[in-house]
Design a protein. Structure first.
Length: 309
C-alpha cells in the first residue's frame, strides 16, 4: 500500500506512475523511473525537451501530488543573484537609519546589526527553497535554465553542490533538508557538463497518439470521442511537418478546449482555419496549414480513422 502520509515519497516506480496519474499527468515508465530515482537519491532532475512537452508540468504535478510547496525560479537573460537569491530591503533600511538618528542611537555595531537582520532580508526563490522551515522540503523548479548566462549557471552549480548560500552580512544558510529540484531547459544552448553531472537526466519527448488521446480525455472530458481522436491525429501529423514550432501538449489541450467551446463535434477545414491560433503560434505556420496543406492533413486523418473504425 502507498504511504498516504502528507508529503511522503512514492516507494516504487509503480507508485510514482500512480501518484502522477492521480493528478492527470500520464508518465511513461522511463520518466517515472527517473523521477522515482531522483526522489530516492535526493538528486536534482534535469529535464530537456522541446517547449510544450510538459517539463514544467512535472514539477507542478509533483508538488501538488506530494502536498509540497512549489517554488519557481523562472530564468531569463540577465538573471542575477539579487533577483534569484536575495536582496536587502533598502527603503526599510533607510527608514531604520533615520529612526536611529531621530532617537539618538549612535552605536554603529547595533545600527549595522539592525540594518542587516532577517527582517530586512528579501528572500528570492533560491533562498526560499533552501530556507523553508517546518514541514517537508519544497519542490524547487528552475525553469528554462538555458535562458540564463554561464555565470549564473556556475553560481547555481555551487548552490546545488551543497544546498547552501552565503550572505556576507548574515553568514551561510544551508537547507535542513534538500529541496526536490527540477531543472528544465528547451535546449536553446548547451548546459555545462559539470552541472549535468550533479543531476539525473531525462529527455521529455512528445507523447505518442495513444498517450495524447488519454491526456485529452482527462483534461478535456467534455470533448466527444470523435473530436478527440481527430484532434490528436491531426496534431500528431503536424509534428511530422517542417514547421517553425510544432504544437506541444498544452496547445493540443487548448485546441480541443476551444473546439468544444465552439460546440464542434468534428473537424472541418473552415473550423481548423479559424482556430489555428490556439494551436500554432507563428504566422508562417498558420498560413501554411490554413490552406491546401492543412486540408490534405485532415483528409489523411479522416482516411486513417475511418480505416480503424
Amino acid at each position: 500500500m502507498p504511504d498516504e502520509t502528507p508529503g511522503a515519497l512514492p516507494a516504487s516506480i509503480d507508485e510514482t506512475i500512480a501518484l502522477l496519474a492521480g493528478e492527470d499527468y500520464l508518465a511513461g515508465r522511463s520518466l517515472a523511473t527517473v523521477i522515482f530515482l531522483a526522489l530516492k537519491m535526493k538528486r536534482p532532475l534535469f529535464l530537456e525537451g522541446e517547449a510544450g512537452v510538459g517539463k514544467t508540468e512535472i514539477a507542478k504535478t509533483l508538488a501538488k501530488a506530494l502536498g509540497r510547496k512549489l517554488i519557481r525560479l523562472q530564468c531569463y537573460e540577465g538573471l542575477d543573484i539579487s533577483s534569484a537569491v536575495y536582496e536587502w530591503n533598502y527603503p526599510a533600511q533607510m527608514l531604520e537609519i533615520r529612526l536611529s538618528e531621530a532617537t539618538g542611537v549612535k552605536d554603529r555595531d547595533r545600527i549595522e546589526s539592525d540594518l542587516f537582520s532577517e527582517r530586512h532580508l528579501i528572500r528570492r526563490p533560491v533562498l526560499q527553497a533552501l530556507g523553508e522551515a517546518g514541514g517537508p522540503a519544497p519542490v524547487f523548479l528552475i525553469d528554462e535554465l538555458d535562458r540564463t548566462d554561464e555565470a549564473f549557471e556556475a553560481f547555481l552549480l555551487e548552490v546545488l553542490s551543497d544546498f547552501q548560500v552565503t550572505i556576507p552580512e548574515l553568514g551561510t544558510i544551508k537547507a535542513s533538508e534538500p529541496p526536490i529540484v527540477i531543472i528544465t531547459t528547451n535546449r536553446t544552448r548547451e548546459i555545462h557538463d559539470a552541472l549535468k553531472r550533479r543531476c539525473l537526466y531525462h529527455w521529455v519527448d512528445y507523447p505518442d497518439a495513444a498517450q495524447e488521446l488519454e491526456i485529452i480525455r482527462r483534461k478535456v472530458p467534455q470533448a466527444g470521442e470523435r473530436l478527440s481522436r481527430q484532434v490528436v491525429a491531426y496534431v500528431q501529423k503536424l509534428r511530422k511537418l517542417d514547421l517553425f514550432k510544432s504544437p506541444g501538449v498544452a496547445e493540443t489541450i487548448d485546441w480541443a478546449t476551444a473546439l468544444t467551446e465552439l460546440d464542434r463535434a468534428a473537424l472541418d477545414p473552415e473550423t481548423i482555419a479559424d482556430t489555428l491560433g490556439t494551436l500554432l503560434k507563428y504566422q508562417d505556420d498558420i498560413a501554411r496549414i490554413a490552406h491546401a496543406e492543412g486540408r490534405h492533413v485532415l483528409a489523411e486523418v479522416e482516411a486513417e480513422l475511418q480505416a480503424v473504425g
